[in-house]
Write a protein that binds this ligand. Structure first.
Ligand SMILES: NC(=O)c1ccc[n+]([C@@H]2O[C@H](COP(=O)([O-])OP(=O)(O)OC[C@H]3O[C@@H](n4cnc5c(N)ncnc54)[C@H](OP(=O)(O)O)[C@@H]3O)[C@@H](O)[C@H]2O)c1
Length: 341
């Protein structure tokens, strides 16, 4: 076990802006508080919230400058704080512990992480593959397992079935026994959605009445999971796709929407915001994140959940390129960044 140095390399931002604001910095290695571990980061992945924090759209979530961004990480535990019982030095872990105000991020050689948010990395995955999963998996689990509580035989529509959240959502909904319908913009992506377990895949540009007629005999879906990120703009379509007493869950609900269908169809309508336990220092919520990731690690090692990595492979100095790729919408699945070669 190599000794932990006093300083580390990091990719930081000192102002908000386009991806060029990333710059190299040498920072002190974070101190480990009680109930935390120090992780030597091997890989991280990019989530839209990271690009929103970088650009300033979500500046309220940004750590102090020079800011180390990114929540998702996979790596090895190199120090253990007081009170940590579940991890020891040398353990390989994955999780989404920070990258937000008041936490340390994963775009650095070392990150201090609340042990509650972590789980042992699935044995069958590389560090890059493991780093792709935490944030999107917790979100998809919250949406489809906890909130919508998909039951066997129910019809489930996952909008954005090959995106970060959606591609895990398709797999979880299928594992819960749902009849899964995924939307994606190209035939190649729709093939991927079918490979991941979708029973049906179609283009989201189609008219909603048209696909509701084709796949549900006009009755509407039991569950609609919206991972589009279009906020209120897509919620009218979600409500139109849901059947009477359907459950609609979205990952973004900013904006205004007509709630009449919630009344006329007796819908339930829910929003997932997985960062809440991190923002509010909610220990029980953080423990739940760790528990979800532990359960998912088993599912991964049993071959039931697989991360799909975008066809790119960025090194530590290429964080800006990774952000550009995600923001351009050219990715399929998850964009990852290797921190340690
Ligand atoms: N609240 C939370 O806790 C939470 C957690 C995670 C993510 N999010 C938010 O959720 C959104 C998605 O995150 P992500 O990581 O999955 O992003 P992503 O990887 O960029 O995926 C977005 C997906 O949306 C699809 N899409 C775009 N327009 C669509 C439309 N009109 N109808 C159906 N699908 C459409 C895209 O499909 P094509 O590629 O085929 O166009 C893509 O698969 C982001 O806004 C993110 O900030 C929120």
């Amino acid at each position: 076990m190599a000794e932990v140095p006093e300083t580390m390399d990091a990719q930081v931002i000192r102002e908000h802006g386009d991806p060029d604001v990333f710059e190299h910095a040498e920072l002190d290695v974070p101190e480990v508080d009680a109930n935390e571990v120090l992780v030597e980061v091997a890989a991280t992945s990019v989530n839209p919230v990271d690009t929103k924090i970088r650009s300033g759209f979500a500046s309220d979530l940004c750590p102090d400058f020079p800011a180390v961004l990114h929540g998702d990480l996979a790596g090895e535990v190199v120090q253990v704080g007081d009170g940590v019982e579940d991890f020891e030095v040398g353990d390989e872990v994955y999780g989404c512990p920070g990258g937000l105000a008041g936490t340390t991020g994963a775009l650095a050689e070392y990150a201090a992480a609340d042990a509650a948010t972590l789980a042992h990395k699935p044995d069958s995955l590389s560090m890059r593959e493991a780093a792709a999963l935490p944030l999107v998996t917790i979100t998809a689990w919250d949406g489809l397992v906890t909130r919508a509580d998909v039951s066997p035989g129910e019809s489930v529509l996952v909008h954005g079935g090959t995106g970060g959240v959606g591609h895990v959502g398709v797999q979880l909904a299928s594992l819960e026994g749902g009849v899964v319908h995924a939307t994606a913009s190209t035939e190649e992506k729709r093939d991927l959605a079918r490979d991941l377990g979708a029973d049906h895949a179609f283009d989201y540009h189609r008219d909603v009445d048209d696909y509701v007629a084709e796949y549900t005999d006009g009755e509407g879906f039991d569950v609609v999971f919206d991972t589009v990120g279009a906020g209120a703009d897509n919620i009218g379509t979600d409500f139109a796709a849901a059947g009477v007493k359907g459950r609609v869950v979205t990952t973004v609900s900013r904006g205004e929407a007509d709630l009449n269908p919630v009344h006329s169809k007796g819908l339930s309508f829910d929003t997932v915001f997985m960062l809440l336990p991190l923002i509010h220092d909610d220990h029980a919520g953080r423990l739940r994140h760790g528990e979800i990731l532990a359960r998912v690690a088993t599912l991964v090692d049993e071959g039931d959940v697989t991360p799909h990595l975008d066809d790119t492979d960025y090194g530590f100095e290429e964080a800006a390129e990774a952000h550009r790729r995600l923001e351009a919408g050219e990715h399929v699945g998850k964009v990852t960044v290797r921190v340690k070669d």
